[in-house]
Design a protein around this ligand. Structure first.
Ligand SMILES: NC(=O)c1ccc[n+]([C@@H]2O[C@H](COP(=O)([O-])OP(=O)(O)OC[C@H]3O[C@@H](n4cnc5c(N)ncnc54)[C@H](O)[C@@H]3O)[C@@H](O)[C@H]2O)c1
Length: 368
């Protein structure tokens, strides 16, 4: 469905709004004239996209911990949100090795507390919980995972996301499946997102930009890992389509949806880096990196999603070709690191507008 008008004038609560995806989501919702309320515990990186875009002055910004019912409930009571997007998490596999308990607590208890908090909502509200493609038991097979496949996780981060999905299902069946409840909810699963303004540690694009802005080649540890790279606006268009459909009472309540790129867009780490290096201005892309086998933790080799369900039930599909994704990514950082970086909020909004234009040209349902 077209979600352009679904958010105008609506109150939208985002947990994790100061993070990478959360900040892009704030921008898109502001562009659609929503009233945005955010709850996060901190500014997670330095620099931070949230600060670069000066979002604190454009939305209702709140500091709090998603594991604390007393931080969430008053916001729900005060703003009576029409939509909630739960993005707050510890999102890094590497950090989950260093801080397993913190990861489990943020990702499982945080999701549980959010679900507990929304039980008291007595007005129509659509809730999308963001988990990850890593929630699946990874069999390292060549097929895309479907929403009905088993949850699992060989590392702490993945297990935390699989567990958050199980908690979601239990809450839905226990409290939200009655026809008279005004709350409608679903989960969104996506992975390997790239885009301007990500400064998280141990993410390959971030490592590239940090090295290249210091005129150094980037170290790559798993050059041949294949990933389904997608621009951050792709899963966000999925979450927005999902929440709008829930709100419009499409028969998808309590379900989960995958959002990923077409499989022909899968690329190895080294292919992505070489393409980005060309966009960045390297004459010889091979000078942009060097390879070591210095991996300090195990990460799954191959994981892709089957997105037929989102296509069939939400009419959602990914919008960008791989080259367009790389260009949007590179343009954002080039603009930020240029001497006249100007108004990055306006630039980010212009990237969203061009993404919407492409979707319209391609007759994608949410943009028609
Ligand atoms: N970026 C990716 O490639 C990717 C891939 C798959 C899934 N995801 C999921 O998408 C969501 C957003 O990821 P991101 O990349 O924007 O991460 P991020 O680290 O940029 O943002 C995380 C946000 O959560 C907030 N947060 C963390 N712990 C909190 C707590 N206890 N209480 C309140 N707020 C807390 C942080 O302050 C930040 O605002 C996460 O659920 C993540 O697991 C991300």
């Amino acid at each position: 469905m077209n979600f352009n008008s679904a958010y105008s004038g609506k109150r939208v609560l985002i947990t994790g709004h100061t993070g990478f995806k959360g900040s892009w989501l704030c921008c898109w919702l502001l562009k659609m004239n929503a009233v945005v309320i955010g709850l996060s515990d901190k500014i997670p990186t330095q620099p931070s996209i949230f600060e670069v875009l000066n979002l604190e002055n454009k939305i209702e910004h709140h500091k709090g911990d998603v594991r604390n019912l007393d931080d969430i409930k008053p916001l729900i009571k005060k703003y009576k949100p029409d939509f909630i997007f739960h993005l707050a998490a510890q999102p890094l596999v590497s950090v989950s090795y260093q801080n397993p308990l913190e990861t489990l607590s943020t990702n499982i208890l945080g999701a549980s507390v959010l679900l507990e908090a929304i039980r008291e909502i007595d007005h129509p509200c659509a809730v999308v919980m963001v988990t990850s493609d890593k929630c699946y038991e990874n069999n390292e097979w060549v097929w895309g995972y479907r929403e009905t496949d088993a949850m699992g996780g060989k590392d702490i981060y993945s297990a935390s996301k699989g567990a958050a999905e199980l908690v979601f299902k239990a809450y839905f069946q226990s409290f939200f499946s009655r026809p008279d409840t005004p709350i409608r909810l679903a989960t969104g699963r996506a992975g390997n997102v790239v885009g301007g303004g990500d400064w998280s540690k141990d993410r390959i694009i971030v490592d590239c930009i940090r090295s290249w802005t210091n005129a150094k080649p980037v170290e790559i540890r798993s050059p041949n890992s294949t990933r389904p790279w997608q621009h951050v606006l792709e899963p966000l268009s999925g979450y927005l389509a999902l929440a709008a459909s829930l709100y419009a009472e499409a028969p998808i309540n309590g379900e989960s949806f995958n959002f990923g790129p077409k499989s022909e867009q899968n690329r190895t780490v080294v292919e992505l880096i070489e393409d980005l290096a060309v966009q960045w201005g390297f004459g010889d892309a091979k000078e942009a990196y060097f390879i070591t086998s210095n991996t300090s933790y195990a990460e799954a080799e191959l994981l892709k999603l089957n997105c037929d369900k989102a296509h069939s039930k939400l009419k959602w599909q990914s919008n960008l070709e791989y080259d367009e994704c790389v260009r949007l990514l590179s343009d954002w950082y080039k603009k930020y690191y240029s001497s006249e970086n100007g108004n990055m909020f306006e630039f980010t909004i212009s990237q969203i507008a061009s993404y919407e234009d492409r979707a319209q040209d391609r007759l994608i349902s949410w943009a028609k």
